[in-house]
Design a protein around this ligand. Structure first.
Ligand SMILES: [Zn+2]
Length: 323
C-alpha cells in the first residue's frame, strides 16, 4: 500500500473510531483516548521491543522499559497525546529527553521521549502541548548506538511508584498501532541467554552492591553469561564459570575491550586457536597487520582479536609500532 493511501485509510479509521466513541458516549467515561503515532508513517522501523533483553552496549539496561523506533536523525517527533511537559532537557541515560504528563481519563500517564537531539528546543517544562504537536527531533544522545526514538509509557507516576507499560499494546488500544506506520520491524525475540565480557579486572560479588562480599576477581575480557532481564539498577547478575554473582553494569559489555593495538612484524604470522604451536591455525597474518590485544602476554603468547577472529600470537613478533 502506498504511503498516501496508508495515511488516508488511517485518517478514516481514526475518524470513525472517534465518531463511534462520541455516539456511544464513551469519551471521558473511561474510554481509551485517541493517540497519534509519534513519527511520520513510513519514516521508522520497530528496532527493539519492550521487555527483558541482553545489554546492547556497555552499561546499558537489561530490561528495556520502552519501544525503540529507529529513524533518521532530525525526524520530527509529535506528542502522542495532549498534556503538560514535566521535563525537557538532559537526563542520565537518555542524553536529552521530553517527558509529558497526559490528560488521560485512565489516571496519570506519562510519555517519555528519549535520546532526542535537544530536549528543550521546541517545548519547555510547565507548558501544555496538543496531540500531534511537534515536541522534538530524533537523535542519538545518551546511551545509544544510532538515531532512534525511545518511547516509554509510565502509569501513576514517572519513576518512583510508577510502572512502565509496553508501548505497542498501549498505543494500539489508543487507536495508534505503531506496527501500521512502520516501514519495517525486527522480529520480537527474547534470547534465552546473554554473552558478555568483563571490561577490566572486576570483583564478582554476592549481591548488588559494594557492601556484598567478593566471591572472586575476574580478569579482563573473560566470558560471562546472564539471563535477559537479570539485574537491579546498575548491577547485573552474571555467571562466571559456574559462579553466579553480581557486577556493576559499567564493567560488563557485549563486546571485548581492546587493551591496545599491536602490529605484526613478520609475514605469515600464524594466529593459533590455543597458546601452543601445535594448535589449529585460524589465520595467517601479513607484516604490518594491526591486532587488538585482548589478554596480557603469558608464557610468550598474547591473546588478540585480528579482524573478527580471536586467537593467540607469539608475543616476540608483535610491537607497539608499525614495522
Ligand atoms: Zn530504547
Amino acid at each position: 500500500m502506498g504511503l498516501a493511501r496508508r495515511i488516508a485509510t488511517t485518517g478514516i479509521a481514526m475518524g470513525l473510531a472517534g465518531a463511534l466513541a462520541a455516539a456511544t458516549g464513551l469519551v471521558g467515561a473511561g474510554a481509551a483516548e485517541a493517540a497519534v503515532r509519534p513519527l511520520p508513517d513510513g519514516s521508522y522501523g520497530l528496532s527493539s521491543y519492550y521487555g527483558p533483553r541482553c545489554m546492547p552496549i556497555r552499561g546499558a539496561s537489561t530490561y528495556h522499559q520502552g519501544q525503540d523506533m529507529s529513524a533518521r536523525r532530525g525526524t520530527t517527533i509529535k506528542a502522542v497525546a495532549p498534556g503538560r511537559v514535566v521535563k525537557a532537557g538532559s537526563a542520565t541515560g537518555f542524553g536529552q529527553v521530553v517527558v509529558i504528563r497526559t490528560n488521560a481519563t485512565e489516571g496519570k500517564v506519562f510519555h517519555v521521549y528519549g535520546h532526542v537531539i535537544d530536549g528543550d528546543r521546541f517545548v519547555k517544562a510547565g507548558k501544555n502541548v496538543k496531540r500531534g504537536q511537534r515536541i522534538a527531533q530524533v537523535g542519538s544522545t545518551g546511551t545509544s548506538t544510532a538515531p532512534h526514538l525511545h518511547l516509554e509509557i509510565w502509569k501513576n507516576a514517572y519513576k518512583g511508584s510508577g510502572r512502565t507499560a509496553d508501548p505497542l499494546p498501549w498505543m494500539k488500544n489508543h487507536g495508534a498501532d505503531l506496527r501500521r506506520g512502520a516501514a519495517w520491524a525486527n522480529k520480537r525475540v527474547v534470547p534465552t541467554s546473554c554473552k558478555y565480557f568483563t571490561t577490566t579486572s572486576v570483583n564478582l560479588r554476592s549481591g548488588p552492591g559494594t557492601d556484598y562480599r567478593v566471591l572472586k576477581t575476574v580478569g579482563v575480557n573473560l566470558k560471562l553469561t546472564a539471563k535477559p532481564g537479570d539485574g537491579s539498577g546498575v548491577w547485573r547478575k552474571v555467571n562466571r564459570n559456574g559462579t553466579v554473582g553480581w557486577m556493576h553494569a559499567y564493567y560488563v559489555s557485549p563486546t571485548t575491550t581492546s587493551l591496545g593495538t599491536r602490529y605484526v612484524q613478520v609475514n605469515g604470522l600464524r594466529l593459533r586457536a590455543k597458546p601452543t604451536t601445535s594448535s589449529a591455525v585460524r589465520a595467517s597474518l601479513s607484516k604490518g597487520t594491526a591486532v587488538a590485544m585482548i589478554h596480557p602476554t603469558k608464557n610468550g603468547w598474547v591473546k588478540v582479536k585480528a579482524g573478527s577472529k580471536y586467537g593467540f600470537l607469539a608475543a616476540k613478533y608483535l610491537r607497539k609500532s608499525r614495522p
